[in-house]
Every structure is written in C-alpha cells, then in structure tokens.
Design a protein around this ligand. Structure first.
Ligand code: ADP
Ligand code: MG
Length: 350
C-alpha cells in the first residue's frame, strides 16, 4: 500500500508543514507502506519527489525543487491502492479545497472532509455552529467589508455596544495568527478591522480576555475519542505568529494542571464541537480558561501541527498512543471512511 504525503503549501504555515511531514516520514510503519512525497511550493506548484521505503536521513530530502522533482498537476496524484496524507495547514490545505480535490479523484485521505474543514476554517461559520449546540464562546461581532464600508459608524457602535476593550480582530478565514490584532481603543479597532480586511472580506471582532490556553485532541469518525487537555504555557500575552513558530516562546504541558472537572468539561465540548462540524479523522479543539474556571471554545483546527513535538501527538502519547500508532490509526480511519462512502454510492446505484 502507498501513502501519498502532501506537504508545503501556499499558506503561512508552509514551514511547519515541512517539519510535520518530516516527523511523519520518520515514524510511519514502513513494513506496511511506501511513501510517495508530493510538495506544494510557496507559489502553489505541485512537485512529485521520490518514494521512501525507509526513514530519510535528513530533512533536506523534503526540499523539492524543479531540479530534483517532477512538476505534476494536482490530479496526477490519483492512484489505486494509495491513501493521501495531506499535512497542509491553513487556506488551500485545511479549508476543504484540497479535500474537495481528493473527493473528486475518489481517493481516501486522512483527516476531516470538505464540510468540516471548510466550517472549522471559517471563524464566523464555526462560531454559529458552536452557538447552536450550546458550547460557550467569547462574545463577538462579525463584520462584513461591504457593510463596514457603507456604515462604518454603525458597525463600530455595534462592537462597542456588545464588547469591551481590549478586542481581538481576526480575518474569518485564515490561521496561524496572520492578520490578527488586539485593539485597546476605537482608533486601534478601526486600524485592526481595516488591517484584517487585507486578508478577508469577513472579519470577527471578539471579546479579548486574559486566559490560559488549553487544547484537547479528538480522534475518530463515527466513534469519537478525546484526550485530557494540554496547556500552552506562554511567556507572551498574545500567542502570535512569531511566538508560535519563530521564537518558540511556548512550552506545552501535558496534561494541563487543571481540575478533573475542567478536563471533563473541555472533553465534552470538544466532542460536541467535532460532531457539530461533522468532523472525521482528527481535530484539535482550542479553549480559553479564565482564572475563575470559565471555559470558552476558541477554535477547532482540523489539521493541527503534527511534528513529534506538537500538541496533538503529545496529547495522544499521554493517553498511551505512540506517534507511529497514531499515524496508523489515522490511515485506517481514512480507509474506513472511504469504504463506507463507496458502499453508500454502490447502494444508491443498485
Ligand atoms: N479573544 C481573545 N482574547 C485573548 N487572546 C486571544 C483572543 N483571541 C485570540 N487570542 C490570542 O491569539 C491567538 C491566535 O488566535 P486564534 O483565534 O487562535 O487564531 P488562529 O486561527 O490564527 O490560530 C490565540 O492563540 C490567543 O493567544
Ligand atoms: Mg489558534
């Protein structure tokens, strides 16, 4: 059986994706699989690299260029007896678009499907879904560019009427903290909204809080399993792109030092959120926890960072599932979902 490992991508999380891919290449069970690597360059070109039958010696093998790899069309990844493992984050990787390609090609793939990917990626749609199933979230106002341009003062009054400073302003459809800023005053709010519009036509203005950040890992298709929560221990107030990926100013604590009650509540909300999104494969659910133990769901990531040192695999390791076994579970879940879907399609035809 073959695994087609797709990594890189056009998003800001290109480099973390390469690290995740390298971890996967090191840990996959080569007695079952060979691994075909496919790299998506920062400008969106798809390059087909070598096939691996054992763990590579260095990360360099993942640096594909036109010189050492073959340019392909996205649809060229279609192959019998192969499962796709997309380890792509952000737009075009985690938002359902590439998942749509896999569906059209009729190939099994690891992780969430089109709907869950798209809904989780969109901060406005995701909030609406979570609201509907009663998961606590921070108050927010959604702002559409066209409406803002026509009625700027009304929009600002709505924000100031619903929320108190500081507010967090986020493009609806991005990730890795790009385009996000914190506003302490009306002037800053205007600046933050207009900055966020550089990335998306739809923006969320959210109540800012001081809180700990905890994350729960979810695994499964129809049967959903969750882990205890882990904590991102920060020495910076705003977990931005720099601190997340460049300065490495965060420590992960697994399990988080919180009461059993908090762990249980977060697991319950994580499961509810996953089901509301129609999740499958995996997701990481990110929460805020205030000093008086109030819990708010922040977001669900359908393709969380996946290096050996990332929160998602660490949470499962704590539950007794090794990184290699986790990869195997994800591949099996991908195959199962695909088989079930095919069975339904066959049933409809007969
Ligand atoms: N309402 C908020 N109050 C306080 N901090 C926030 C708030 N929203 C986001 N943050 C900080 O910004 C980071 C990135 O925001 P998040 O919504 O997770 O976006 P992304 O999709 O880019 O990860 C969070 O991990 C947190 O540190
Ligand atoms: Mg986040």
């Amino acid at each position: 059986m073959k695994i087609t490992l797709i990594y890189g991508g056009k998003s800001a999380e290109h480099d973390i994706s390469i690290l995740s891919a390298f971890s996967i290449l090191n840990a996959i069970y080569y007695n079952y699989y060979e691994v075909q690597i496919v790299y998506i360059s920062k400008d969106g070109q798809w390059l087909k690299g070598p096939i691996f039958n054992k763990a590579p010696e260095s990360k360099e093998v993942l640096n594909l260029t036109l010189k050492n790899a073959q340019p392909i069309l996205p649809s060229d990844i279609k192959e019998a007896n192969s499962v796709i493992f997309p380890v792509l984050h952000g737009p075009n990787g985690e938002d359902g678009t590439v998942q749509g390609l896999f569906e059209v090609l009729g190939m099994p793939y690891v992780g969430a499907g089109v709907l869950a990917s798209a809904c989780a990626m969109d901060k406005i749609v995701a909030k609406q879904l979570f609201q509907q199933v009663g998961i606590p979230q921070l108050p927010y106002v959604s702002v559409i560019k066209r409406h803002y341009m026509n009625e700027k003062e009304a929009v600002l009054s709505e924000c100031e009427g619903t929320l108190i400073y500081p507010m967090f302003v986020k493009p609806a459809n991005l990730g890795s903290s790009v385009g996000i800023s914190k506003a302490e005053t009306k002037e800053e709010l205007i600046e933050a909204i207009e900055n966020a519009f550089k990335y998306d036509r739809r923006v969320v203005v959210e109540q800012g809080i001081e809180a700990r950040e905890l994350e729960v890992a979810v695994l499964g298709n129809d049967e959903v399993r969750t882990t205890a929560a882990g904590e991102i221990v920060k020495d910076v107030a705003f977990y931005d792109y720099e601190s997340k990926y460049i300065d490495n100013k965060v420590d992960l604590q697994v399990p988080a030092d919180v009461s059993d009650d908090v762990h249980l509540k977060m697991q319950e909300y994580a499961k509810k959120a996953y089901i509301a999104l129609d999740g499958s494969g995996l997701s990481r659910c990110d929460f805020f926890l205030t000093a008086n133990n109030e819990i708010f769901l922040n977001e669900v990531n359908t393709l969380p960072g996946f290096t050996q040192f990332s929160m998602y695999p660490l949470l499962w390791e704590h539950m007794g599932i090794s990184y290699s076994d986790l990869l195997e579970e994800l591949i099996q879940l991908a195959k199962l979902r695909h088989e079930k879907k095919q069975a339904i399609e066959l049933g409809q035809m007969s």
